[in-house]
Design a protein around this ligand. Structure first.
Ligand code: FAD
Length: 394
């Protein structure tokens, strides 16, 4: 989107805050929550509404680690980095449980399912990687349950899966409701939400920052950009750091019986699905079969991907055959060059900091990454591997 001269109503109001957070997805909502918890006066603004971006289109799987299995991350970045990244997501999940999800009283409202997830193999190559990952994860203190082909057949009623690595503590959730809950917690601590305020101008110097949005002007001590995939549209600094890629999903009518016992992440994360307690099965993926077409910002579904996902689902879970698909949607993810999110500041503008590059795992990283961003902004705290400097060094 862009803001024309005719749509620019920024002169109608000026708001002053300590912090302005741009983007009301899980990252920006979390940043606003942490800032408000520290007593800062914070405005959270979004071009659309809360969870208008990927956070409202996500599959909502609260997974450990990255899209790549542990074994591959160990090969690519070394054992220590892999352990750090997995520990980060484990800490993020614990934080989410403590600060946001509660002890069960909100499960229904958040459509939260606490039955765990399974990384499943659909090829001999992936089976090998999962076996290696299982051994390495156990050694590094992230124990998983190993499932063989027979156990997977019993669970899903098909021969599609050769093995599984089950994380019993993983959860799946309605990602839009989760994001709205984080925003509500931030608001309860004093944060103010400005929906339908699209940012189109940003100036910052040693004294502060000024932001022009479609409906108001903002002045702030500091700005936190949390626009993930949309970051390159906000500033050219992100053009060689964040790559937009579309993800497509579908949902079925509610099924009376449970046909998907756990959330599933398979084919190296390219396919994923789970079943809500109300019976619907949500599934997405197939992007690897049309990589070029799935690049960019167009939030459209295509029959090539939708048919691919649905064919796969009917093979993987035969009980879905003949069931009706009720919803189809697309969302835009922000990929980074190395598959990990990063935190930094705009060159020469220490008053504008950012978090981006979640690479399809923003619900695994977001709450804690936003905490690190806030600690960097308020305390100058070190951010370790999360620092954007690691991308420049590559
Ligand atoms: C189909 C799909 C499935 C996924 N499955 C999973 C999963 O199972 N688990 C997982 O962890 N992650 C998953 N993801 C990824 C996850 O959804 C994202 O990593 C996460 O939502 C990113 O959150 P965010 O807040 O950083 O960005 P977003 O949610 O994209 O938020 C960015 C916000 O910035 C706003 N914005 C942009 N430009 C402007 C502007 N100029 N002015 C004001 N506001 C602006 C947008 O409106 C948007 O609301 C999936 C994503 C998709 C698309």
């Amino acid at each position: 989107m862009t803001v024309s001269l005719w749509q620019d109503r920024s002169a109608e109001a000026t708001h002053r805050f300590d912090f302005v957070v741009v983007g009301a997805g899980i990252s920006g909502a979390s940043a606003a929550y942490w800032l408000a918890s520290r007593g800062e006066r914070v405005a959270l603004l979004d071009a659309g509404g809360v969870a208008a971006g990927a956070s409202g289109k996500s599959a909502g799987m609260l997974l450990l680690g990255t899209a790549d299995p542990y074994s591959r991350v160990v090969d690519l970045y070394g054992r220590e980095r892999a352990r750090e990244v997995w520990a980060f997501t484990a800490e993020c999940r614990a934080l989410l449980a403590r600060e946001v999800l509660g002890g069960g009283e909100l499960d229904r409202e958040l459509r939260l399912v606490r039955r765990g997830t399974v990384s499943a193999s659909v090829s001999a190559h992936e089976q090998l990687e999962l076996a290696r990952s299982g051994a390495l994860l156990a050694e590094d203190g992230f124990p998983h349950e190993t499932l063989d082909a027979a156990a997977m057949r019993e669970a899903f009623g098909s021969d599609v899966f050769l093995s599984g690595l089950r994380d019993p503590s993983a959860m799946t959730v309605d990602p839009a409701r989760l994001t709205r809950r984080v925003v509500a917690l931030a608001q309860a601590r004093g944060a103010e939400l400005f929906e339908h305020h699209e940012l189109f101008g940003l100036e910052a110097d040693a004294d502060g920052a000024q932001l022009l949005t479609s409906r108001a002007r903002f002045e702030a001590e500091m700005v936190l950009l949390c626009a993930n995939a949309y970051s390159p549209l906000l500033h050219p600094h992100f053009e060689d750091k964040v790559y937009p890629a579309r993800g497509q999903m579908l949902a079925t009518e509610p099924l009376a019986e449970r046909v998907v016992p756990w959330g599933v992440y398979c084919d190296f994360g390219y396919e994923y699905f789970w079943q809500l307690d109300s019976g619907e099965v949500v599934a997405g993926g197939w992007r690897q079969h049309a990589q070029d077409a799935e690049k960019g910002y167009r939030e459209e579904t295509t029959s090539a991907i939708q048919d691919g996902v649905w064919d796969f689902m009917q093979r993987a879970v035969p009980a879905l055959r003949g069931k009706r698909v009720t919803h189809r949607w697309a969302g835009v993810m922000g990929f980074s060059g190395d598959g990990l999110p990063f935190v930094g500041e705009l060159p020469g503008k220490p008053r504008v900091k950012y978090l981006a590059g979640h690479t399809g795992h923003g619900f695994g990283f977001g709450l804690l990454a936003a905490k690190k961003l806030v600690e960097l902004a308020l305390d100058g705290a070190p951010i370790g591997w999360l620092g954007a400097g690691r991308l420049a060094r590559k």
